[in-house]
Design a protein around this ligand. Structure first.
Ligand code: HEM
Length: 407
């Protein structure tokens, strides 16, 4: 099949940001792997093919997994980046063997026990945030809750002072936005933000080397010091950077998307308030909404996939959200059915060697925070102002979601 496409895929338009699903359904039916010329990307839409991409990391390299723009940064932006750590590796963008060494270190320090210990703190932080807003009767729930909750949880996990979190949040956004097409002036701003974040993380690693701590970063530094082949400071510092960003933007989006769905899916509210059903409801919303709609790979050789021939060096988008609505795997894929048997096949957390390392923490946060929010803000409903959708085209969520409740 030729690279010519008749699939009108453009997730940067407001229409497709609101509803990316119809065009993806058309693609799965007519041209399951197609070339999106405007984005310079081969988009992989069927569940089976997305799995092939995720499981074959030799053919589909993660180098540039977050980079959605094919245009290199202009020299003035590279100059700014050179002042930071331009070679800092991020686990999400690495291939083996470095990927496995870094992931192995995370596995030694980011243990199930450390995650379980966070449960009471998640509830406490959620309650503190709700205490502050409950009497108001209205809020932008993204600003007041969906951002600060996961950010504070991660801040505690890593031992970052709460007064630094706002800055980390903005620098993290700079890192993500730098991966997209942006005007040069904005790219310069984002590059400066990323450099600040890199320096902050390097300083935090060095500090823990001097004075060991019990937090996750301290545990990573200690485990690394005892490793047979220790990682460099920059290699370790890439971890808090990656985890702080990957771990809060996704949970923020999941909270916003789930709340938004309660406004149009009356059963969902009751399911979230029922402790036996809430985990299933959350999993089903992750399938339907897919906070990470897709991420990127680069082919290391020419390869055939889904009837298309991809050249070596092709940029590929593994479309998790499309795979998650593939009727070959999920019966009645667009319907919200929390009791479905096929839910275990969803790819909202990816698959293979890059499977989300924070999935247990993400689930714990959602299972604690969403029922609490609905219980403590009775009659939660859409506010008068329109919601604003996330600008990052490979993400799904809200940057603003005005809501009201009964006081
Ligand atoms: C609802 C919440 C979340 C969603 C939907 C989500 C989604 C994903 C997806 C789809 C991937 C696979 C990336 C790929 O294949 O290229 C991934 C990887 C990753 N996630 Fe999450 N994530 C969530 C929460 C978290 C949290 C809470 C953390 C950190 C505490 C986290 C840290 C990471 C990291 C570090 C990776 C890269 C792993 C690797 O490359 O080996 N995520 N996530």
């Amino acid at each position: 099949m030729s690279a010519q496409t008749s699939i009108p895929f453009d997730p940067t338009t407001p229409e497709q940001r609101a509803n990316p699903f119809d065009v993806l359904e058309l693609a799965r039916r007519e041209q399951p792997v197609f070339y999106a010329r405007a984005l310079g990307l081969w988009v992989v839409t069927r569940h089976e093919d997305v799995l092939t991409v995720l499981k074959d990391h030799r053919t589909f390299s993660s180098a540039g997994a977050l980079k959605s723009s094919s245009t290199p940064h202009p020299p003035e932006v590279r100059e700014v980046l050179a002042e930071g750590c331009p070679a800092m590796p991020y686990i999400i963008e690495l291939d083996p063997p470095l990927h496995d060494r870094i992931r192995g270190l995370v596995a030694r320090a980011f243990t199930p026990r450390r995650i379980d210990e966070l449960a009471p703190r998640i509830e406490q932080i959620a309650n503190e945030l709700i205490d502050a807003l409950a009497p108001r009767g209205r809020a932008d729930i993204v600003d007041a809750f969906a951002w600060p909750l996961p950010l504070r949880v991660l801040g505690e996990l890593f031992g970052f002072p709460s007064e630094d979190l706002e800055r980390i949040h903005h620098w993290g956004n700079d890192w993500l936005l730098l991966q997209q097409e942006r005007p040069v002036a904005r790219q310069l701003e984002h590059a400066r933000g990323l450099v600040e974040l890199q320096r902050y993380c390097v300083a935090a690693v060095e500090e823990r080397r001097r004075r060991p701590t019990d937090d996750l970063l301290g545990a990573l530094v200690t485990a690394n010091a005892g490793a047979e082949e220790p990682l460099t400071t920059e290699e370790v510092a890439g971890l808090p950077l990656d985890l702080m960003v990957a771990g809060h933007v996704t949970v923020t989006r999941a909270i916003g998307s789930t709340l938004f769905r309660t406004f149009s899916e009356p059963a969902l509210r009751g399911h979230l308030l029922d402790p036996t059903l809430a985990p299933k409801a959350i999993e089903e919303i992750l399938r339907l909404e897919s906070p990470a709609q897709g991420l990127f790979r680069v082919t290391t050789r020419e390869v055939e996939l889904g009837g298309a021939r991809l050249p070596e060096g092709a940029r590929v988008m593994a479309h998790f959200a499309s795979a998650n609505r593939d009727a070959c795997v999920f019966a009645d894929p667009d319907a919200y059915q929390p009791e479905r048997d096929d839910i275990g096949a969803h790819l909202a957390f990816g698959k293979g060697i890059h499977f989300c390392i924070g999935a247990p923490l993400g689930r714990l946060e959602l299972r604690n925070a969403l029922p609490l929010l609905l219980r403590r803000l009775p009659g939660l409903r859409r506010g008068a102002d329109p919601p604003q959708r996330e600008p990052v085209f490979f993400a799904r969520g809200f940057t603003s979601l005005p809501v009201e409740w009964d006081v």
